[in-house]
Design a protein around this ligand. Sequence first.
Ligand code: PLP
Length: 439
Amino acid sequence: MGGDAVRTGSASVDVSQVGEASRSLWRRALDVAPGGVNSPVRAHRAVGGIPAFAARGEGAWLWDADGRRYVDLVQSYGAVILGHAHPVVAEAVARAAAEGTSFGMPTEREVLLAEEIRSAVPSVEKVRLVNSGTEAAMSAVRLARGFTGRSKVVKFSGCYHGHCDALLAEAGSGASTLGIAGSAGVPDSAVADTLVLDYNSVPELDETVAAVIVEPVAANMGLVPPEAGFLEGLRRECDRVGALLVFDEVITGFRVARGGAQSIVGVLPDLTVMGKVIGGGLPIGAFGGRREIMDHLAPAGPVYQAGTLSGNPLATAAGLAVLSELDAEAYDRLRATARRLGEGLQGALSDAGVQAVVTVWETIVGLRFAQSPARNHREARQCDEAAYAAFFHAFRSEGVLIAPGAYEVLFPSLAHDSSVIDRVVESAAKAAAALASRL
Ligand code: PLP
C-alpha cells in the first residue's frame, strides 16, 4: 500500500507509514480472522489504512513488526499502567508460570488480590475475580437482578460495559466507531429490560429497576466527566427505589487513584466492576461490593457465576505486582504526566489552528476534534471524526500511537516521563501542522 492515501471525510491521509511486515501480516490476518482482528477497533475501520502489528513494548515505547518505534499512548486501552514489560510484572508472571498456569483449586494469590482490592476500593467488602471486564459487568448485573428480584437495568448512552447482550445498546467507543447501536444477534428480548438514558442527566427511577450501571467518569465516548450532582443524584434515586448503583470502573479502577473514581467523586456504589489495571495486561476482571450483596453469588447464594480460569495464577501474579507499585507518589506522578500531556497537546493543536478540546480527568486524557467538551453521547458524537483520523495518521507517522477511533481516550503510563511527553508534544505540533494544511 506504499504511497496510498485514504480519504476520511474532509481529510486525505497518507497511510504508507505501515511497513511491509505489518502489511504481510495484515493480509494473512484478513484471510484467517474475521476483519483481521480479535477485537473490532483494532481494524482501523474508523480511521482508514491498516494497523501496524505490535512486536514488543518497553515502558512508554512500542516496536512494530517492521522494527519501527512509537510512543504508545494506547497502553492496551488502559490495561497497562506501569508501561510495557515492566520488570516487576514480567518477573512475577514468569515465576508464576513456572509454578503452574492454572489449577482449578483456590490459590493464595486470589486471596491476596481480593484483599488488595478490598483495602483500596472504599465500597468493596467482597470480590469475585473473573476473566474480563465484559464478564464482570455481565455478572454484576445478574447479581443485582438476583439480589433485588427485579429485571430492569438502566445504562447510559455512550457508556461501554463490554459486549454482553443486555449492555451492548448504545455502547460508545468501538460500537460508536462502527456506527452500530447494538449488534446483530442480540434479540429484542435480550434488551427488553435495558433502559438507555442520557449521561449527566439524573433519571427518575421506579421500583422495577434492579440496577443503574454507569461509568463514573465516561471514557468510551471520548472523555466525559460527571457533572456536579449527577452521580449523587443516581445514588439518591437508587436509594429511594431500592435499586443497586453499579460503578463500572474497568477503566478508572486503580487508574485514577488506588480507590478508583469512587474515592475521588465521593459517591459510593453498591457494586464495582473492574478489569484492565488489576491484571497488569493479563486477562482479568473483577466485581465486588457489600458483603450481603456479594454473598448472593454461588456457592454462598443462588446467583450462578463461574469460570475455569477465574483467579488465574498468571493474571493474579501480574495484578499483585502492578498494585504493589501503585502508591500515592505514583498517582501524583501520573496526574502530573497527564496534565503535561493534556496541556502540551492542546497547545500544539491550538497553535496550528486546529479546533480541538483536550480534557484531562486526573490521569486520563481525552482528545476531541470539536469546539467544546461534550456532556453526553449526543454531544460527544458531534465531533470531526475525519480530523481525528487524519491526526491519528499524522501522529503515527511522527512516531506516536493513539487509538484508531475518535471515541477512545489516551492513557499515559508511569513510564511516560517528562522527556517522553515533551517528545509527544513536539510530534503533536508537527502532526497538527500537517492536519491543518490538509483541512
Ligand atoms: N467496561 C468499560 C468501562 C470498558 O472500557 C471496557 C473495555 O474497554 C469493558 C467494560 C469491557 O472490558 P473487556 O474488554 O475486558 O471485556
